[in-house]
Design a protein around this ligand. Sequence first.
Ligand SMILES: NC(=O)c1ccc[n+]([C@@H]2O[C@H](COP(=O)([O-])OP(=O)(O)OC[C@H]3O[C@@H](n4cnc5c(N)ncnc54)[C@H](O)[C@@H]3O)[C@@H](O)[C@H]2O)c1
Length: 346
Amino acid sequence: MKLLITGGAGFIGSAVVRQAVAKGHQVVNLDALTYAANLENLAPIAGSNLYAFEQADIRDRAALDRIFAQHQPDAVMHLAAESHVDRSIDGPAAFIETNVTGTFNLLECARAYWTTKGKPAAFRFHHISTDEVFGTLGSEGQFDETTPYAPNSPYSASKAASDHLVRAWGETYGLPVLISNCSNNYGPYHFPEKLIPVVILNALQGKPIPIYGQGLNIRDWLYVEDHADALLTVVTQGKPGRTYAIGGENEVTNLDLVHRLCALMDELHPETAPHARLITHVTDRPGHDARYAINPARMRNELGWRPSVTLDQGLRATVAWYLANRDWWQPLLVRQGVGQRLGTKG
Ligand SMILES: NC(=O)c1ccc[n+]([C@@H]2O[C@H](COP(=O)([O-])OP(=O)(O)OC[C@H]3O[C@@H](n4cnc5c(N)ncnc54)[C@H](O)[C@@H]3O)[C@@H](O)[C@H]2O)c1
């Protein structure tokens, strides 16, 4: 299959690109290379003749038209987005421009391309979204494909808007669309502004480990390689018009997560132990959702997918990867906003 993957130089997109090439798919990676991108994530496959890179912005319709015409993809996997909730609180405009207008451009470009080709039934437009579009849960229940949308942050509102556009392009124009909504990802190549890499790198450097509020917010963590496997399963086997909720079946509070990471750091990097002494409670994020949890029954029952690693296995692999790959993360620490508290302007 020839896959056009947007956002392939980011955290999840690069995992999808690496896995797709390893499985023998041809991949065109379309990425604008924002602050969150890193072409080093693609070093393992950059030399493959199955791989091509196009630096382009999804807000640039002419560039998209040229790339579709040149590469003639069988499917689009759309991951390009502004993705950091804290940045969306300080500067929501970029989230509307990329996540909403950019997705609109990509849909219109894909529709024109698909129409020119005679509307092939096998074409797929797979939109990768988040469980944050569903808002927050209380102590009971889980999100699934029937949960009403109730986004609470500028990030999740922009992703919700893009989900609605994708659904409408399927219903109105018959474009064969798929949507997946996933829980929080973690793993190697995670940009060092997100919680898990911040904890590992601050522990390593003896810096305070920030916990927002009480740290009792619950997230359902999924190892990024398992998410990439789920996404390739959806794009190759999913039914057009359908939505898939993808989760890790790994619910923990942020405080519990940070303590597990500190214990792993104590074991794998005893030189700087004990690490839990660095935990510092800071002002909570405005609009911070209390709990996310996914019921992944449709993925399991219809597509035979389930996560391959437990949270403890995934966290151990992640800590070990950051300890072994200083050359990857060190240069990213000087990028704009990294290491600073963002998102307090709500
Ligand atoms: N990280 C998570 O836990 C998570 C969970 C569920 C869903 N998602 C979704 O998965 C997707 C990927 O998330 P991620 O964590 O890998 O994000 P990321 O921020 O690591 O990567 C985003 C990539 O998109 C590119 N990009 C941004 N704006 C662009 C534009 N205008 N044109 C072209 N490229 C652009 C960036 O350069 C970057 O390479 C996003 O759509 C996100 O909403 C993320």
